[in-house]
Design a protein around this ligand. Structure first.
Ligand SMILES: CC(C)(COP(=O)([O-])OP(=O)([O-])OC[C@H]1O[C@@H](n2cnc3c(N)ncnc32)[C@H](O)[C@@H]1OP(=O)([O-])[O-])[C@@H](O)C(=O)NCCC(=O)NCCSC(=O)C[C@@](C)(O)CC(=O)[O-]
Length: 384
């Protein structure tokens, strides 16, 4: 059942189906292609206790860019006092703009930010690069091809020179949460205040044709308010964010407390509120080992975009005890076992997982990644 407020908004939300939105065509409802949003370089690294050298972060993004992944969240523009590990994200962005990874297909890099200061910091690097627009230039037009959702946006000839043109896109992600306590702990504001902050971000991003993904954290359990987060609160927030202009909603199980029945209930509530599965991504942490189970529930409900981190890296500094994201290698293996296509080379991705685990001195949390590496080394017992 939808809340009265959500029900009242339904006609307006449904009319938005007629508008083009950047991601909905990338993950058509119920198709056999799955889009993986690799969040390892951001969500995966933000909680690492030891400072990860920027060269390692850049190498991680470059290596991931060569695996067939098409969307990579590469860093965040948040307060370095709150999350010191992300302090050098502008250097990673500069690197990607100066040396766009060679890839047979255009990639999309996403950058997480909480407020206009984060957007300004992102834009000061992004817009200053010769191959990108500045505010006074005509912005790149959104790609409108339903055939190739990742294809290069057309750019203003006045602001670019073809030799400098990167084939890749950069987008932004904003984040709020389904509970007041988590929102306060994570961003020092209420949920309503977080939406208020987003208004100017939407205005600028729309002016510059920058697509926006919006996360809703703690959708299936809050470290401060407990596991029973209201699915109606999540749906209401998703509707608000879509109405504000979000191109995609990533519904996040930050604590990994989600179970199959509660994931199903949440997805039904979102659908009843008028949220199209094609506009949804699911973001699972694997604290209780339920991430792949919940992902299958998502697949059964038609979701085709999933966030994951190579080697199962990750954790949120403001969700104590929660472990990493579902491992990208495990997601690829699961999809392949179900006959779904990800476009990702599992062996290449497993190699990246092994490399970054060694670099960080931590256990590789991907079962499929470790099995793939064992198989590549000639292990006879791993099958696969
Ligand atoms: C939102 C704030 C900034 C409010 O933090 P605040 O302290 O209330 O901010 P403020 O506006 O009062 O500013 C305080 C200082 O921060 C600076 N500042 C202010 N904004 C920025 C910025 N964007 N970039 C760089 N610096 C910034 C600002 O300039 C000032 O500097 P000072 O004058 O003291 O030197 C802070 O709470 C913050 O950065 N929070 C981010 C926390 C975070 O990154 N959490 C992890 C990501 S979310 C997550 O993990 C969940 C997700 C998405 O992965 C999904 C899931 O798994 O659930």
């Amino acid at each position: 059942m939808t809340t009265a407020r959500t029900a009242a908004r339904l006609p307006r939300l449904l009319s938005r189906r007629l508008c083009h939105r950047a991601y909905s065509q990338a993950a058509a409802r119920g198709g056999n292609e799955v889009r993986i949003v690799e969040v390892g370089p951001r969500d995966g690294l933000q909680n690492e206790k030891k400072t990860v050298p920027v060269a390692t972060k850049i190498e991680l993004v470059d290596r991931l860019s060569a695996t067939g992944l098409k969307t990579i969240e590469a860093g965040s523009f948040v307060s370095p006092k709150w999350v010191p590990q992300m302090a050098n994200s502008s250097e990673i962005l500069s690197h990607l703009l100066d040396y766009p990874p060679k890839s047979s297909e255009p990639l999309t890099y996403q950058w997480l930010l909480p407020n206009t200061q984060g957007l300004d910091n992102f834009l000061s690097t992004y817009s200053s690069h010769p191959s990108n627009f500045t505010k006074t230039d005509k912005p790149p037009a959104l790609n409108t091809s339903s055939q190739d959702p990742n294809s290069m946006p057309s750019t203003s000839p006045s602001s670019t020179s073809s030799s400098l043109l990167s084939p890749h896109k950069h987008e932004i992600s904003i984040f709020t949460a389904a509970t007041e306590t988590f929102t306060q702990k994570n961003t020092n504001c209420s949920i309503a205040e977080s939406l208020e902050r987003f208004k100017s971000i939407f205005a600028t991003a729309k002016e510059l044709s920058l697509p926006i993904r919006a996360y809703i954290s703690v959708a299936l359990g809050c470290p401060y308010e407990g596991p029973n987060v209201s699915p109606h609160a999540v749906a209401d927030l998703a509707v608000s964010l879509l109405e504000m202009g979000a191109d995609e909603i990533s519904v996040a199980d930050t604590t990994g407390q989600g179970t199959a029945p509660r994931t199903a209930e949440l997805l039904k509530t979102l659908a009843a509120a008028g949220v199209d599965v094609a506009d949804l991504a699911l973001h699972f942490h694997d604290t209780w080992g339920m991430a792949l189970v919940n992902m299958i529930v998502g697949l059964e409900h038609g979701v085709r975009t999933f966030d994951a981190a190579v080697a199962g890296l990750g954790g949120c500094p403001f969700s104590p005890g929660a472990t990493g994201n579902v491992a990208s290698e495990d997601v690829v293996y699961l999809c392949e076992s179900l006959g779904l296509k990800t476009g990702v080379d599992l062996a290449a991705l497993a190699g990246v997982g092994e490399w970054i685990s060694e670099e960080l001195g931590r256990e590789n949390e991907s079962r499929a990644g470790k099995a793939t590496m064992a198989k590549l080394r000639g292990g006879k017992g791993v099958g696969g």
